[in-house]
Structures are given as structure tokens and as C-alpha cells.
Design a protein around this ligand. Structure first.
Ligand code: E4P
Length: 218
């Protein structure tokens, strides 16, 4: 399972990268806006740090404009994966771009039928937003189960990129279902390693070690 970081914050990306914990990055217009920096500046900074798929979202909503924008994004760097919303116009754009060999991450997926259409259009990734489904009392993880089953049934190559992850249970749940990628905020990446019993156990070991008789240095 690949781990992507879902942020445009350069410090967080650097930290996660230096820890060797991430394989790629996903951004969206809201995350870019939070940085207060111009889009291309942020994109170039990210591309310098991480050598893996970097999702950058198009702003256009009409297919021919989406195609134009996505082609421009793809030309920035081989690692750029243009992100296109899962609308009818988005599906038209994905069909064209995929046939040109451009890897697309189709985003804002909230149903199994949307994911099926996205795979048929040839997207490299589908991004189901599970946290936002949970937020409205729908079962986000059930959507992942449905998509993984459908893709297996027809051997679709589209990778399931689980997005809108809120906590470690989302990550382990997605991993149990065999999702290809989990994209998560820096905070969740840090939570993955933490366990109070690990900290308690380590403290106890180090304290007990103080009681071990020391050999004399010869
Ligand atoms: C994914 O690509 C999106 O950027 C992201 O996961 C959305 O998450 P949110 O629902 O926490 O905004």
C-alpha cells in the first residue's frame, strides 16, 4: 500500500519525506489556498522534495478547458498527476487525457457507480472521499469495499486512492480491503506510529536497565 500526504504545506511534506514515510502527494485548491502562495510556486517546491506522483487539481469545469489545463500541468514534470473532478465533463476529459497516456487522478468520488465510470474512462486513480461520507452519516469504508470488489471483478487497472482520511482506523480499514493508496494529512501519518503501550513499555525497559549490574571496563 502506498502512502501519500494530503497537504500543500512544504514543511509537513519535508518532514514526512525525511522520515521516509511517503510515496507521493495530493493537493486540492483549498490546500493550495491555505499556503498563501501562488499555485506554481507551491507545485515546484513539492516537486523538488518528493519523487513520486504529485496530484495537482484543474480549476476548469468544462471538458475542453480541463483537457487544456491538465496537459499544461502534465508538462510541468513527469510526476505531475492532474486531478479532475468526477463530473460528466470530467469523465469526457479523462477519456481524452488517458488515451494520450496522461495519468489522471479523478477526485470527489462518492459512489460506486462514479468509480465504475472513472475506471471505464481510464483514470490512473480514483479518489473516494471517505471522511466526508462519514461526516454525513454515510459509510465511507463500505464505498471502498464496493469499489475494490468492482475493480477486481473486471480487472480494472485504476488504483483506489482512499482520500479524506481522518484517523488511523481509516488507514487500517482501507489496507484490509486492499486499497492501493491512502492519502492522509500529516497529523494522521504521525498518529500511525503512536501507541501509549509502546511508550509505557519503553519507559519501563529503560528504567529496569538502570538496575542491571554494569561490567567493569577492563
Ligand atoms: C484528496 O485528494 C483530497 O485532497 C482530500 O483527501 C480531501 O480531504 P478532506 O475531506 O479532509 O478535505
Amino acid at each position: 500500500m502506498k502512502f501519500f500526504i494530503d497537504t500543500a504545506d512544504i514543511n509537513e511534506i519535508k518532514q514526512a519525506h525525511d522520515l521516509g514515510l511517503i510515496d507521493g502527494v495530493t493537493t486540492n485548491p483549498s490546500l493550495i489556498a491555505k499556503t498563501g502562495k501562488p499555485f506554481k510556486t507551491v507545485a515546484k517546491e513539492i516537486l523538488k522534495i518528493v519523487d513520486g506522483p504529485i496530484s495537482l487539481e484543474v480549476i476548469a469545469t468544462e471538458s475542453s478547458q480541463m483537457i487544456k489545463e491538465a496537459r499544461t500541468l502534465a508538462k510541468i514534470h513527469k510526476n505531475v498527476v492532474p486531478k479532475i473532478p468526477l463530473t460528466l465533463e470530467g469523465l469526457k476529459a479523462v477519456q481524452v487525457l488517458s488515451s494520450e497516456g496522461i495519468n489522471i487522478n479523478q477526485t470527489l468520488c462518492f459512489s460506486a457507480t462514479q468509480a465504475l465510470l472513472c475506471a471505464k474512462a481510464g483514470a490512473a486513480y480514483v479518489s473516494p472521499f471517505i471522511g466526508r461520507l462519514d461526516d454525513i452519516s454515510s459509510d465511507g469504508m463500505k464505498l471502498i469495499e464496493d469499489i475494490v470488489t468492482i475493480y477486481k471483478n473486471y480487472q480494472f487497472k485504476t488504483q483506489v486512492l482512499v482520500a479524506s482520511i481522518r484517523h488511523p482506523l481509516h488507514v487500517s480499514g482501507a489496507a484490509k480491503l486492499g486499497a492501493h493508496v491512502a492519502t492522509m494529512p500529516f497529523k494522521v501519518i504521525m498518529q500511525l506510529v503512536k501507541h501509549p503501550l509502546t511508550d509505557l513499555g519503553l519507559n519501563q525497559f529503560l528504567n529496569d536497565w538502570k538496575n542491571v549490574p554494569k561490567n567493569k571496563i577492563s
